[in-house]
Ligand binder design. Structure first.
Ligand SMILES: [Zn+2]
Ligand SMILES: [Zn+2]
Length: 741
């Protein structure tokens, strides 16, 4: 008995000493690789010393590698050991993780090797033989490159991170061996890749963060409670949106200086601005002087009066007033340096979401169109940021991202101020009014995309362009009104993402990504990640693999399901959101479609993009409502068939998730269909049939009211139920009064 015990102890020790595989990474000052992997809260990701953040991210990559190797190879937990890069492990296969800076063993194997990395996220994976053992070097340009290299290695072993969590991950059918002979280098195409979401961290994006890192996505909105965790995963964090003015020049905020006309503020800093001749004093008698009371002329001149209407869609301040612009810029710069935005990498510099809320004073108008005025303000903000840099308060790189959107969708008409800081400027092109029935560069979309496309061209590559900085694309795959309906974009993404890139864009995000319960959205998310990393990837092959591996036993019918769904949802913008029609200088929004339904003076089908029955068209050709419904019906048949014939448990969960989201879309379409037909009879004064039609709409309204978990899957999305998500509640109630009993 004793002998057996001794023998097994010796064997156990040997296993520890000579593991089959050793993963070598540098845990820095942390006690172990396992500890360093989850030590992000102790890491300062913003200081000049990179040791701790390299240790954390690279150790995390090592832990991920081990966990997934156990799942897909014959190796067991005890077969894989971690080690620091002090010396080469004596035996077994070796993984060397890190960069030349973090792992000196890698440095030894890198002599004379030119890896031509173009970013910190670049990596090389190579193997070399040392007697009988394999040494695999996963070398990142820096920590994030190392992590991406590990995920690419796992990808090469056959693991696919298609969707969220364990259900979303596909593994090779049989156990695999470690790679024997590989030497690949990857550089990212798009440098910024990801999602714009709100700063509300609900629902919990935990699984999505991991999914993003595993798919080499890196752009996210700063959510205070998550900062350290996502920095570990290599995220670039953005702040700011339409609320910027509310934060930094709010008319009701207390004036922070000792205004010489006001008594009781003598303990405040010296006023850097001249008192206003329109000074109002403490007009509201709250004992304090506000910005507006001190300087009414800092605010927008609207209908002949200075306006303090501040809201996300309020009146912009008077940006040509240099004191106002300076104060706004100073407050923003201080926030970026050591305030609320001290962890930000990208600042979304958006004015209010308004079309007619710009100041009408002569000085503002004299600066040019809204874009000219806006970029002058951006320049002032850069000057203020420069001041805090010179004060030694800001050392990290921060990009300012003004937007080309609605009234600023057109490029500037006047030269930008001399010395404009292009190095730190990243203009976001936001084509909110675009159509998704056509690609952005499709010339046949004369009603909508053509003018947006021209505008993009004029910003990005036109030889006479006045703006010369970087271009970020802000897409709208799930713009608010789409309410996370089961829209799929294989054709649009495969064409647009490489096209934007070839025309100069290097940064890409889309708005209002679903965070949980993706269902059919999985296809968009995965395809987008692949295209952003490599715009030349064969998207047909990516999609084919997605269908085959994600739906292994039903891939033929499920693929058809997605094809029909793509057709059914291609014209979703005109059907559910709005499209913007090209104008000479301005784009103008049409009224939301639901409002046309209840007004007999307004045509229901007001553009070629939206027709009821099929129509032969050479331009602006899209599916009619009847055809869209028909494609939905076909999609239903295919997914039902897949559910019946599915013989794989994990796949069944994926199909059910897709079906739930599809079901939400199907009911939404049926509701809108019957509501539109009710309106058509209403427009014909045929109340008898309108009543019958409305009864059908009501059936679907009631079903939609019972769907409570499909529309609220974006950060901050708090839509109560799918009926609210129709955004046609007013039209519905209008008809309910008329035809409801
Ligand atoms: Zn003005
Ligand atoms: Zn179109």
């Amino acid at each position: 008995m004793k002998k057996v015990f001794i023998l097994s102890s010796i064997l156990f020790c040997c296993a520890l000493l000579f593991a089959d595989v050793t993963i070598v990474a540098n845990p820095g000052n942390f006690p172990s690789i396992e500890k360093a992997a989850y030590a992000e809260k102790q890491v300062d990701f913003w200081d000049a010393d990179k040791t701790d953040e390299r240790a954390c991210s690279e150790s995390f990559a090592a832990v991920e590698l081990k966990n997934f190797l156990i799942k897909v190879t014959d190796l067991k937990d005890t077969d894989i050991k971690f080690a620091s890069p002090d010396k080469m492990p004596a035996k077994g296969d070796i993984f060397l993780l890190g960069s030349e800076a973090s792992n000196k063993l890698i440095a030894k194997y890198s002599e004379g090797k030119n890896l031509s990395f173009n970013s910190d996220e670049s990596f090389n994976i190579r193997t070399t033989k040392d007697d009988s053992r394999t040494i695999t070097i996963i070398e990142g340009s820096d920590r994030v490159g190392t992590m991406y290299g590990v995920y690419e290695y796992l990808n090469k072993l056959g693991i696919r991170f298609f969707g969220l969590g364990e259900d979303g991950t596909a593994y090779p059918e049989n156990k695999v061996s470690l790679l024997g002979d590989v030497d690949i280098t990857h550089n990212p195409d798009y440098l910024t890749r990801g999602f714009w979401i709100t700063s509300n961290p609900k629902p919990d994006p935990n699984e999505m963060h991991l999914w993003m890192a595993r798919n080499k996505l890196n752009f996210w909105t700063m959510q205070d409670s998550q900062v350290h965790k996502v920095k570990k995963l290599g995220f670039i964090l953005c702040v700011g949106e339409h609320v910027n003015q509310l934060l930094y020049i709010h008319p009701k905020h207390e004036y922070p200086y000792n205004c010489e006309k006001f008594e009781g503020d003598e303990d405040k800093p010296k006023d850097p601005y001249k008192p206003s001749d329109q000074y109002q004093g403490d007009k509201n008698n709250d004992g304090k002087l506000s910005y507006f009371e001190a300087h009414p002329q800092w605010y927008g001149l609207i209908d002949g009066k200075r306006s303090d209407h501040f809201a996300w869609n309020g009146h912009n301040f008077c940006t040509a007033n240099i004191d106002a612009a300076t104060e706004f810029g100073k407050n923003m710069a201080e926030s970026i340096a050591d305030g609320k935005w001290k962890y930000a990498d990208v600042v979304n510099f958006w004015m209010f979401d308004t079309h007619y809320g710009w100041c009408n004073c002569d000085k503002c108008k004299g600066q040019g169109i809204e874009t000219d005025r806006f970029l002058r303000l951006v320049d002032v903000v850069f000057e203020e940021i420069d001041k805090v840099r010179k004060q030694g308060r800001l050392s990290r790189k921060v990009l300012i991202s003004p937007l080309a959107y609605q009234e600023t969708i057109y490029p500037p008409t006047k030269p930008l101020p001399e010395g404009f800081n292009y190095d730190d400027c990243l203009l976001t092109f936001f084509p909110i009014g675009r159509c998704y029935a056509h690609t952005i560069s499709d010339n046949s979309c004369t009603e909508v995309n053509q003018s947006l496309c021209d505008s993009f061209y004029n910003w990005s590559i036109d030889s006479g362009r006045l703006y010369k900085g970087g271009i970020f694309i802000g897409e709208y795959y799930n713009v608010s009104s789409l309410m996370s309906l089961p829209v799929v974009y294989p054709k649009i993404m495969s064409s647009d993402i490489p096209w934007y890139f070839k025309k100069g864009a290097r940064h890409f995000n889309y708005m209002h990504s679903p965070i949980v319960r993706w269902g059919t959205w999985t296809l968009n998310q995965y395809l987008m990640a692949r295209l952003l990393w490599d715009v030349d990837v064969d998207s047909e092959a990516v999609l084919d693999e997605f269908y085959r591996l994600y739906y292994p036993t039903t891939y033929k019918t499920t693929k058809e399901f997605y094809h029909c769904l793509e057709k059914a949802t291609a014209n979703i913008k005109a059907f559910k959101h709005f499209i913007t029609l090209g104008g000479d200088h301005r784009f103008y929004l049409t009224q939301s479609w639901a409002q046309c339904l209840t007004n007999k003076d307004k045509p229901i089908f007001w553009v070629d993009h939206l027709t009821y029955e099929p129509k032969e068209m050479t331009t602006n050709d899209t599916l009619s409502i009847v055809e869209m419904l028909d494609e939905m019906d076909k999609a239903r048949q295919y997914i039902d068939e897949s559910l019946l014939s599915c013989s794989d448990e994990k796949e069944q969960a994926r199909l059910m998730a897709a079906e739930r989201r599809f079901d939400y879309g199907e009911k939404m379409y049926k509701f809108l269909y019957h509501l539109v037909r009710t309106s058509m009879f209403f427009h014909q004064d045929n109340d008898i049939v309108a009543k019958v039609e409305f009864a059908k709409a009501k059936i679907y309204a009631d079903i939609l009211k019972s769907i409570t978990d499909m529309a609220n899957v974006t950060c901050g999305g708090n839509i109560k139920n799918a009926f609210k998500a129709t955004q046609a509640v007013e039209a519905y109630e209008f008809f309910e009064k008329k035809y409801g009993n």
